[in-house]
Write a protein that binds this ligand. Structure first.
Ligand code: KG4
Ligand code: ZN
Length: 325
């Protein structure tokens, strides 16, 4: 069964065709990163406008690269939250129009659930129960997954999300936007020699990244000529140490069979390497292009939701603060 996935929750307009939830036939992404870079972050109104400009060409491109016509599709899967309301609306309304025109079932997908399902693509077959660390621009969640669609939230951030922390740290250091890739690049030229606070918050599985951000701010304020490479490497090392330490501990506590990594921050090579090194359990990590926002993950997740009878119909609405559990 072929599903067209549509993703417009933030600043990437994406469409993909995926077969049986696992095989990518096409995966098209129109990035707005350069447009938002000049503002140092995503401007919601600008993002909505770009989505309306890009959505039709990107869907046409995904359909033609997959070599399929509308009659070949079994369903349409679309992100309906969490995310920016105006951005989500473009994707959801386009999906509704296609659904209505071609009589195709409509499946609403939670963006975070989609990130997890990037781990089912490219021949990977995770086994339950598993623990997934979702680290994106808006979330840092530790999720226990006992089966398809069966989630328990075990931990989350109490303040900034991991990706948000990377973005803010990059801005503090004057490294640019988006923060994750520029911190990673700067860190490659430095050593993690600066001690920064790590919030272990004993007794919970929650994260906190505001303390390290403030420590970095003080460091920048007190030292005019800070070694940016050392600061970036120290920041990255401290954040990764906590993410990995907590994830491995939780996976063992809940007798998980494996650990999954998901979300934009999963593109970070130091995080990928450290998690694999420190985990006694098998670790699944999507390839780089499937870590950051894309529609193949939405189509993959949509397939399993469709199998479970979770179709939305034309009453599907956007839910900017949609929860996973
Ligand atoms: O999942 P995603 O593409 O969008 C959201 O759902 O938020 O995640 C975006 C976040 C941004 O904060 C970005 O700085 C971060 O992922 N990110 C990275 C890297 N690539 C993207 N963080 C660390 N290292 C990276 N290589
Ligand atoms: Zn995302």
């Amino acid at each position: 069964m072929k599903i067209l996935g549509i993703e417009t929750s933030c600043d990437e307009t994406a469409a993909a065709v995926v077969e049986d939830g696992v095989k990518i036939l096409s995966n098209e992404i129109a990035s707005q990163v350069e447009i938002h870079a000049r503002y140092g972050g995503v401007v919601p109104e600008v993002a909505s406008r770009q989505h309306t400009l890009s959505i039709v060409p990107i869907i046409q491109s995904a359909m033609s690269k997959a070599g399929v016509g509308w009659q070949d599709l079994g369903a349409i899967a679309v992100t309906n939250g969490p995310g920016l309301a105006g951005s989500l609306l473009t994707g959801v309304n386009t999906a509704k129009a296609i659904s209505l025109a071609w009589g195709l079932p409509l499946v609403g997908v939670n963006h975070l659930e989609g990130h997890m399902y990037a781990n089912w693509l490219n021949g990977q077959k995770p086994e339950f129960p598993l623990v997934c660390l979702i680290v994106s621009g808006g979330h840092s969640d530790l999720v226990l997954m006992k089966g398809h669609g069966d989630y328990t939230l075990l931990g989350q951030t109490r303040d900034d999300a991991a990706g948000e922390a990377f973005d803010k740290a990059a801005r503090l250091l004057g490294l640019g936007y988006p923060g994750g890739p520029v911190i990673e690049e700067a860190a490659a030229a430095g050593a993690p020699s600066i001690p920064l606070p790590k919030a272990w918050i004993k007794g919970t599985n929650d994260f906190s990244f505001s303390g390290i951000k403030t420590a970095l701010l003080r460091l920048v304020e007190e030292n005019g000529s800070i070694d940016k490479a050392a600061a970036a490497a120290s920041f990255q090392a401290a954040v990764v140490e906590v993410l990995v330490g907590k994830t491995v501990a939780v996976a063992q506590e809940y007798n998980a069979r494996q650990i999954l990594l998901a979300g934009g921050v999963a593109a970070n090579k130091h995080l990928r390497r450290t998690l694999v090194d420190k985990s006694p359990l098998p670790v699944f990590i999507p390839p780089l292009v499937l870590c950051t926002d894309n529609a193949a993950m939405i189509a993959a997740c949509g397939y399993y939701r469709f199998q479970a009878g979770k179709t939305g119909g034309l009453s599907l609405d956007v839910v900017p603060d949609l929860k996973l559990t």
